[in-house]
Design a protein around this ligand. Sequence first.
Ligand SMILES: Cc1cc2nc3c(=O)[nH]c(=O)nc-3n(C[C@H](O)[C@H](O)[C@H](O)COP(=O)(O)OP(=O)(O)OC[C@H]3O[C@@H](n4cnc5c(N)ncnc54)[C@H](O)[C@@H]3O)c2cc1C
Length: 451
Amino acid sequence: MEKTLNIIGGGMAGSEAAWQAANAGVKVVIHEMRPKVETFAHRTGNLGEMVCSNSFRSDDHEQNAVGLLHWEMLQAGGLIMQTAYKHRLPAGGALAVDRDPFAESVTAALKAHPNISVSYDEITELPEDGLWIVATGPLTSGALAEAIQKETGAEALAFFDAIAPIVYKDSINMDVAWMQSRYDKGETEEERTAYLNCPMTKDQYEAFIDALLAADKTEFKEGETAGYFDGCLPIEVMAERGRETLRFGPMKPVGLTNANDPENKPYAVVQLRRDNALGTLYNIVGFQTKMKYGAQNTVFKMIPGLEEAEFARLGGIHRNTFINSPTLLDAQMRLRSRPNIRFAGQITGVEGYVESAAMGLLAGRMAVAELNGEVLPPVPNTTAMGALVTHITGGAEAKTFQPMNVNFGLFPPLEGVKGGRRGRKDRYKAYTERAKADWQHWLGQTALDAA
Ligand SMILES: Cc1cc2nc3c(=O)[nH]c(=O)nc-3n(C[C@H](O)[C@H](O)[C@H](O)COP(=O)(O)OP(=O)(O)OC[C@H]3O[C@@H](n4cnc5c(N)ncnc54)[C@H](O)[C@@H]3O)c2cc1C
């Protein structure tokens, strides 16, 4: 019987998934709603359209996690990366591309492939039969989003990204910060010390509020909602409502004793919560923000203990449809409740063109294996690809799951390599060397034979 894979959405993820599967001999149908149904951000009917910036970010595959992901995808014959290099524009260490020729080239390659056909239609239901990949991205059409929500429950599908900044734990000054859950709540020592706390004096708090109020902020783009929703107010909006609002909200100092200075009660406390199972990343609780990146870098470093903080990602709020992957997807990226449906791309809670295409590459390969009656072995979490997929399918905290860029905080630490800022260059080199060897090994193990 002919093996067919249906893919909903021909963006970064859907295009890459189709390419991978088609090259392995599987017949692929891409269902793309554009140009019939438009989104507020896409401009053309091309497959693989870049909706905003024209950059795939750093191309440094020795010192940068996204550069490493470029490298891994290229090793796997990825269409998105191959095409990006073909249409590269000068941009220093970044991989910027000429966006229209890039998308035209992706579209032409997919349409010319004998195993791929494109159907220009909007899919509005989760299909019952056959093998499918949903790769409809941050701007998934309303009807399909509703169908997904019906299947997963309202809580498990988000329409906005309300991201608090995420900090590398090893850049936090623990002579100032301390670990403690409010009122020492918890059954185990681990639970009682689950939060990382940064204390503020009155003067520090007042200066912080002044800086928040004065900071440069971005406004919602056209088509995005201008309203905020409950539980997701940006901190600067809270500060605008009154100088004490934050001290009675996310910065309340109650139930905490500064382990570094037990005699002095902090006037306010900023709490950070563990963001991954490895304990290498911490998010600043309740600090979703619309401050511009430059302002965030300055203002958040005013927090005692975070003076030298390095951010795995900064905060933001924008339109973004994504599912709670850690609870909904299995390790093969299948919807647990409907295993004939995989998810890939930004809708799984990764963030960015490269990460989305990477998850498409993996989902495409997993689907091929399934059609061949096989199961792909887990991708080592020492690789950029593996670190990302491990994060979304279980490594991330499900309760506070927010979209994630690839970063070295997702990688298991290396024994015997110096931590902190000083050891960074050597550490990243060691991470990328380990990743490359492990990725090559995995690719060799899972070589896709044309079926
Ligand atoms: C406004 C905005 C700006 C962004 N800027 C950047 C940036 O500068 N850099 C960056 O790295 N990332 C950016 N992103 C994130 C970016 O969208 C993703 O990184 C990437 O495009 C996601 O890839 P994807 O394949 O998951 O989704 P997309 O590339 O969006 O592809 C999804 C496809 O599915 C189609 N589709 C949706 N619903 C249906 C349906 N029901 N039936 C059929 N087809 C459907 C859409 O038309 C689209 O072609 C931005 C996102 C938004 C919304």
